[in-house]
Write a protein that binds this ligand. Structure first.
Ligand SMILES: Cc1ncc(C[n+]2csc(CCOP(=O)(O)OP(=O)(O)O)c2C)c(N)n1
Ligand SMILES: [Mg+2]
Length: 552
C-alpha cells in the first residue's frame, strides 16, 4: 500500500512507541504527525523543542527516545537556534532524534550555512532521507544508533513537505530494539578480584546506570559488596541517598572518601573531571576500575587499571554473579564503614540542618529546599535544578530516594534546562509531583516558553530562588567577580516575575515570609493536581555555601 513519505515516517514513530513529538513551530513533518494522530507539543522556541525530547530520553532511562522537529532547509533559523540544545545532548550523552527539512535538490550552496558541517560535531549521526522509499531505512538506522552504545543525538533530514510516496509492503518497518553488549568475563573477574582485595573501595556511580536502566542491579551489587556509594551529579538518585552506604554527591563526606579510598570502582561514568564533578585525588596511587559503555572514556583522564566495557546493566549482572562466585554469596556487613558514613552525615546535618530551619529574612535558600523536602512525597516526585546555586545547593542537601527522584544534569550546564526537564518528567510520570528549582538567570531563558505549559495543562511547579543576582558570579568565584558590572539584576519591586507569570495563566505567588513556604508549596501542588502550572518566587538571600568538589 502506498503511503505519503512523511506519513510513513509518522507511522514509524508510532510503531517505535514515540508518544509525542516536540516542535517549534513547523517542519515538513508536522502535518503528517497531525494526520497520523501523533500528538505534537509546540514549544515557543527550538531550544526547548529539542531540550524536552532530550530530557524525555533522560528521565525514561533509555526506555523511550525523545523526538523533535525543527525548521531547516535553506532558511535553517530553527536548526541554528536548536544547535545549543543538540550540543548539550551530545555533551551529556543523551539520545534524541531531531527531524528537520534538508536542503532541497538544486538548492545546495544557496545559504552560507552548511547543515552537515554545522551539526556533525554534535551529533552521533546525520541521516538524509533523499528518496521517499528510504524513510524506513534511515529511521531504522536512526533508532539503532539512538538505542545502541553510547547514547547521543541523531539528526534526520527530509526533503520537505509532500516529498512523494513509497510502498509500505515493499519497504516495511519493524521497530528496532537497539543493541547492547556485555563485558568480557575475564575483565569482570579481574574487577571483582580487585574489589575484594581493596582495603577502602569506593563505588563511583555515573549516569550510565540510568541509561542502562540498571538501578535495581546497582542496589543489589552494593548490598552484596558492602561498599560506599558516591554518585556523580548526573548519577544522583541512581542509588537511594537515605541508604546506609550512600555518601551522596559532593561536600565533606564525599571529599573524605575520595581522598582515603585505595580503589575507585566506577560504574557508568566517563571519569571526566569537569567543572561539575569530582576529580580523583592522588589518582596515581589509587587503583581504578572503570565500567563503561564507551571505550573512548577508558584511559582518558586517568590511567585505568581494569576496564570493564559494556552496558551497565549487563556489567552489574555479571559483577553480581562473579562476586557471588568469588565470595560464596556476598560480603558481610561492615559496621565500621556504616558508622563512619553515619558520623559523616551527622556532621553534614549539623552544618546544613540549621540553614534548612532558618527564619532569616530574606529567606535562606536552604530553608526553601528543607521545606520542599518536608512537603513533597520523596517517593513519588521529581526535582531538578538550574545552573548556578540551585544546582550546587540542592545537589548538596536534597535527599533523593527513588531513581530519577532528582535529575542532576550538566557536563555543560545550559541555563534554562530545568524547565524542559520538568516538563518531560511530568509527561513521563504524570503521577509524580514535578518541581524545577531555578535561579534568576534560568527564569530569563524560560519566560517565553511558559505559555506552552498553560496551553497543555502541564501541572508542574517552578520554584524561583530570587536572590537578585547571579550569586556565583559575585566576588570570590571570578577573582574579584563580576560585581558590580554583570552580576546584579532588577529587584522584585522593579521586575515582578510572579506577577508576570500569573498573567501568563500560571498559579503564582511571591513569598517573603519563611513561615509561608510550606503553605505556598501546598497551594501550588494543589493547583498542579488540577493540571495547572505554578510559579513560586521566593525572596531569598545570596548564600553561596554548598558542598565543594574535589578539584585535585
Ligand atoms: C546558557 C548558559 N550561559 C551561561 C552559563 C553560565 N552560568 C552559570 S550559572 C549563571 C548565573 C546563575 O545565576 P542565577 O540564575 O541568579 O542563580 P544563582 O546562582 O544566583 O542562584 C551563569 C551565567 C550557563 N550555565 N548557561
Ligand atoms: Mg540569582
Amino acid at each position: 500500500m502506498k503511503v505519503k513519505a512523511t506519513n510513513g515516517l509518522a507511522r514509524i514513530l508510532k510503531a517505535e512507541g514515540v508518544p509525542w513529538v516536540s516542535t517549534f513551530p513547523v517542519s515538513g513533518m508536522n502535518n503528517a504527525l497531525g494526520e497520523e494522530g501523533v500528538p505534537i507539543i509546540m514549544m515557543r522556541d527550538e531550544r526547548y523543542a529539542v531540550a524536552i525530547a532530550d530530557a524525555f530520553s533522560r528521565v525514561t532511562c533509555g526506555k523511550k527516545i525523545g523526538v523533535c522537529t525543527v525548521m531547516g532547509g535553506v532558511n535553517p533559523a530553527g536548526l541554528q537556534v536548536a544547535y545549543g540544545a543538540i550540543a548539550q545532548a551530545f555533551e551529556d550523552g543523551s539520545p534524541l532524534i531531531c527531524i528537520t527539512d534538508g536542503v532541497p535538490l538544486g538548492a545546495s550552496g544557496n545559504s552560507h550555512y552548511d547543515m552537515d558541517l554545522g551539526l556533525k560535531s554534535v551529533t552521533k549521526w546525520i541521516g538524509h532521507i533523499d528518496m521517499p522509499h528510504r524513510v524506513p531505512e534511515i529511521m531504522r538506522r536512526a533508532f539503532t544508533y539512538a538505542r545502541s552504545g553510547r547514547p547521543g543525538p541523531v539528526l534526520v533530514t527530509i526533503p520537505g513537505r509532500g516529498f512523494g510516496e513509497y510502498d509500505e509492503d515493499e519497504y516495511p518497518y519493524t521497530p528496532v530494539k537497539g543493541w547492547k553488549w556485555a563485558p568480557d568475563p575475564e575483565d569482570v573477574k579481574a574487577a571483582v578480584k580487585t574489589l575484594l582485595v581493596a582495603k577502602k573501595p569506593l563505588l563511583f556511580v555515573g549516569e550510565g546506570v540510568f541509561r542502562a536502566d540498571a538501578t535495581d542491579e546497582l542496589l543489589k551489587f552494593v548490598e552484596m559488596a558492602q561498599v560506599p556509594v558516591l554518585t556523580t551529579l548526573k548519577g544522583k538518585s541512581a542509588f537511594p541517598e537515605n541508604h546506609s552506604l550512600s555518601i551522596g554527591v559532593r561536600g565533606e563526606l564525599a571529599d573524605s572518601f575520595l581522598h582515603s579510598c585505595d580503589l575507585l570502582f566506577a560504574i557508568g561514568s566517563s571519569l571526566s573531571p569537569g567543572r561539575f564533578g569530582q576529580t580523583i585525588p592522588d589518582a596515581g596511587h589509587k587503583t581504578i576500575v572503570q565500567c563503561t559503555i564507551n571505550e573512548l572514556d577508558v584511559n582518558k583522564s586517568y590511567k585505568v587499571d581494569h576496564a570493564v566495557v559494556g552496558d551497565a546493566k549487563f556489567t552489574l549482572q555479571a559483577l553480581i554473579d562473579e562476586l557471588s562466585r568469588q565470595t560464596g554469596g556476598g560480603v558481610k556487613s561492615n559496621q565500621t564503614l556504616i558508622n563512619e558514613i553515619k558520623a559523616g552525615k551527622k556532621q553534614l546535618s549539623v552544618k546544613y540542618g540549621p540553614l534548612m530551619e532558618s527564619d532569616d529574612k530574606p529567606i535562606n535558600p536552604y530553608r526553601v529546599y528543607g521545606d520542599l523536602m518536608k512537603t513533597i512525597d520523596l517517593n513519588s516526585s521529581f526535582v531538578t535544578h538550574e545552573s548556578g546555586n540551585t544546582r550546587d545547593q540542592s545537589s548538596t542537601v536534597y535527599e533523593a530516594v527513588i531513581p530519577r527522584g532528582y535529575l542532576g544534569w550538566g557536563n555543560v550546564s545550559t541555563l534554562g534546562f530545568s524547565l524542559a526537564a520538568t516538563i518531560a518528567a511530568k509527561l513521563a510520570y504524570p503521577e509524580r509531583q514535578c518541581v524545577a528549582l531555578t535561579g534568576d538567570a534560568g527564569v530569563g531563558y524560560m519566560l517565553g516558553n511558559l505559555e506552552a505549559l498553560v496551553r497543555y495543562n502541564i501541572g508542574i511547579t517552578i520554584i524561583h530562588i530570587n536572590n537578585g543576582g547571579f550569586a556565583g558570579y559575585g566576588p570570590g568565584f571570578w577573582g574579584e567577580g563580576h560585581d558590580p558590572y554583570t552580576f546584579v539584576v532588577s529587584e522584585h519591586s522593579v521586575a515582578n516575575y510572579s506577577e508576570a507569570v500569573k498573567n501568563l495563566g500560571f498559579y503564582a505567588e511571591y513569598i517573603s515570609e519563611p513561615s509561608e513556604i510550606i503553605p505556598a508549596l501546598k497551594r501550588a501542588f494543589a493547583e498542579n493536581a488540577q493540571n495547572r502550572p505554578a510559579y513560586l518566587e521566593f525572596a531569598c538571600s545570596k548564600y553561596p555555601v554548598f558542598g565543594s568538589w574535589v578539584t585535585k
